[in-house]
Design a protein around this ligand. Sequence first.
Ligand code: B12
Length: 311
Amino acid sequence: MPRGTGRASYSIAAVSKLTGVSCHALRAWERRYGFPVPGRSESGHRRYSPEQVAQLRQLIGLVDSGRSIGDLIGEHQAGKLACPDVEEAGPDEILEWPPVVAHLLAGEMAQAEAKLDALADRLSDWEMIERVIGPALVDIGERWFRGESQVFQERPATSALLGRLGRMLERARLANPAPRRTTLVGAVQGDHHEGGVLMVCLALELAGWRAIPMGVDLPVEEYRKAVEAWRPDALALSFVLSRNINKRFLELSNIPGVPVFVGGRSIVNHQGLARRYGLIPLTGTLRESTERLAEEVEAWAKPSASGMVLA
Ligand code: B12
């Protein structure tokens, strides 16, 4: 079994998550500029080093300040940019989330929890979501998908991380006794993925909203009834899968009186369709999506009292 260490190598999806650069752009830069050129796993998949991740983050920071990526890569290759020190410039997760995954996949649950506790002491809840739990869940899924781990490893590992998210959500809720607005969050019939739902709930609670987790695999008709009975300020649904997406969007478009937000990995390719049904697609980072959701709900200009019991 692959064991994570400080010299861990990262899959293209993990690098994309850590740097915000899409997998497509990473491959294009490699072809076009010769950077970053990853190593390869035995099965031929790209594997990036922590140094490459730190370098990419450095370059992205400079792009954000208005420079072109081509020029910056050129400068980096010419040795004109100071090399970031991985220990210093690299965030904690570069060195620390792979060991969490390795413990989980080895069935060493107590060690994994201890590692997560130590990280939680240093990192904010947002950092835990974005830099530790999110990438760890994705990495676990990918390893299983590539045949590098088995279902008996993936299942308890995922469940430990979802349990952790649930506990974080509980604490965030206690720390948010007077929420401004209320959102129902869930996944529709046929979609059993809970991770995105829990993360959206946590993000909303951290932003001072009340998020009511409706669970997963729930028929749209139940969401309609909940909206009618509780009059929330928003409905936010996670679409990991795109199965029957037309049908679900049509059903959702018939829920009156509430802005309906759709997010999750399947929405990236169905934003236009969502808009055609009057739904509001949310893509980008969780933080951006949460901010956008709040702005859109304010734009709906509903009176702040939602009529819901916010206990
Ligand atoms: C755990 C898991 C499962 C578990 C779920 C258990 C549970 N209780 O949740 C089980 C075993 C049930 C499962 C089953 C399946 N799964 Co699965 N699963 C995963 C896995 C490993 C992790 C999911 C997760 O928690 N990710 C972390 C979360 C946080 O990421 P996320 O869901 O993408 O959410 C992020 C954003 O999208 C966003 N977001 C999500 N929702 C929303 C909503 C709003 C409003 C907003 C603003 C943002 C937002 O927030 C999150 C943070 O950025 C992924 C692998 C992966 N790479 O993610 C595969 C994965 C999601 N599964 C996949 C598949 C194909 C399946 C199955 C069809 C497999 C099969 N053939 O049986 C079934 C379908 C079951 C069903 N009907 O739903 C695919 C999806 C392919 C796709 N659509 O691109 C993935 C990507 C694996 C893969 N590489 O193929 N799965």
